[in-house]
Design a protein around this ligand. Structure first.
Ligand SMILES: [Zn+2]
Length: 139
């Protein structure tokens, strides 16, 4: 039982290890590998982590539609929080009332974290017209 627990502990350490799991396993058996294997869950996750950090996940084509929305729905498009809710696909009574939940932009950035979309929305407002006073902003 004690040996089994110890083995379980080693497996857990391997899973939570920040590095190539195959290399760690190889090292455990006395083999030194120079390169990450590229196949274990750490390598595959690591590979998908890197491009996301460098490239914005917010599509320019979508942001072009947001610019168009400023003409269609100025009240909506100039409110960063409302705009972020729309893009992240989070319903609100106001979005429903404006029939925005059926808009092509609704949920178009649901794969991007809310805070990231919000900061992009705020930035785009800063360069455009001044944000109108809206009680929703302070929520
Ligand atoms: Zn690996």
């Amino acid at each position: 039982m004690q040996a089994e627990l110890q083995r379980l502990q080693q497996v857990l350490e391997l899973i939570s290890l920040d590095g190539c799991q195959t290399n760690a396993l190889a090292a455990h058996f006395g083999e030194q590998r120079q390169q990450p294997c590229g196949h274990c869950s750490w390598c595959t996750k690591g590979a998908s982590r890197i491009p996301q950090r460098q490239v914005s996940r917010i599509d320019d084509a979508i942001w072009q539609q947001v610019e168009n929305l400023k003409d269609e729905q100025p009240a909506m498009a100039t409110n960063p929080r409302m705009l972020t809710r729309l893009l992240c696909g989070i319903t609100s009574p106001r979005l429903s009332r404006n029939k925005m939940t059926g808009h092509s932009l609704f949920g178009s950035l649901e794969h991007v974290p809310f805070a990231e979309v919000l900061s992009k929305a705020v930035q785009s407002m800063d360069v455009g017209n001044a944000v109108s006073e809206d009680p929703q902003l302070t929520q």
